[in-house]
Design a protein around this ligand. Structure first.
Ligand code: 39A
Length: 213
């Protein structure tokens, strides 16, 4: 393993390996922002392959908007999301989140523009990782998601963090500090949100290919 002094060095190390060349532009499978919101909740405590099965079931039921999700029959939702686990808890939370978004923001588009991290963290079942996944990938805001893969990867490089926020700050700081160099690498066509999105995606893909340090 090479040694790294900051998250920019880590990004360069991962970028050289072309880990997400075949993936979507922002790495997270990107049919639409509403589906990303569903995926961000469904992926809690389960593998992504299980989430894909639940998302397919919801697509087959044509649950493609907050309005439809807020009115779905609970048992139908529970059955549809069974593959991704915690089906009762996640169903209640999805319905209540969709109702709260409609009540406070009116539309999904307005939610993406106006929502902040604090509001998301006040919702039942949404912790920092889920909130940041929604902000980063659904709403295209400038937050980087960090997770157990990020923690484990950085441990291999000798870094340990005391909290989610400390790890997130470390990741975002090195990127911000070196944003000019990064933008140059991408021919100045990359937003900070896209750098965070792709960086997180590279970390996950690297760890899936290299599960043992
Ligand atoms: N753990 C994960 C994932 N693994 C993923 N993909 C693969 C595509 N997403 C979108 C979220 N969490």
């Amino acid at each position: 393993m090479i040694s790294i002094s900051n998250s920019y060095d880590l990004l360069l190390f991962l970028k050289e390996q072309n880990l997400i060349d075949e993936k979507d532009e922002y790495w997270w499978p990107n049919d639409n922002s509403f589906e990303i919101l569903l995926g961000a909740i469904l992926t809690q405590n389960t593998k992504w392959t299980n989430v894909e099965k639940s998302l397919d079931n919801l697509k087959n039921l044509n649950i493609n908007s907050l309005e439809k999700l807020s009115q779905i029959d609970l048992q139908t939702l529970i059955f549809a999301i069974t593959p991704s686990g915690f089906k009762n808890q996640k169903s209640v939370r999805l319905i209540s989140l969709s109702k709260n978004i409609l009540e406070v923001f009116g539309t999904f588009e307005n939610f993406c523009l106006k929502v902040d991290r604090r509001w998301l963290l006040e919702q039942k079942g949404i912790g920092p990782e889920t909130a940041d996944a929604i902000l980063c990938y659904s709403c295209k805001q400038e937050y980087m998601v960090v997770d157990s893969y990020t923690n484990r990867l950085l441990k291999r490089f000798g870094y340990e963090f005391e909290s989610y926020e400390e790890l997130q700050n470390w990741c975002e700081y090195g990127i911000n500090e070196n944003y000019d160099k990064i933008a140059k690498l991408y021919n100045y066509e990359i937003s900070l949100n896209k750098v965070y999105s792709r960086f997180h995606g590279k970390i996950i893909e690297f760890m899936k290919r290299n599960p043992k340090g």
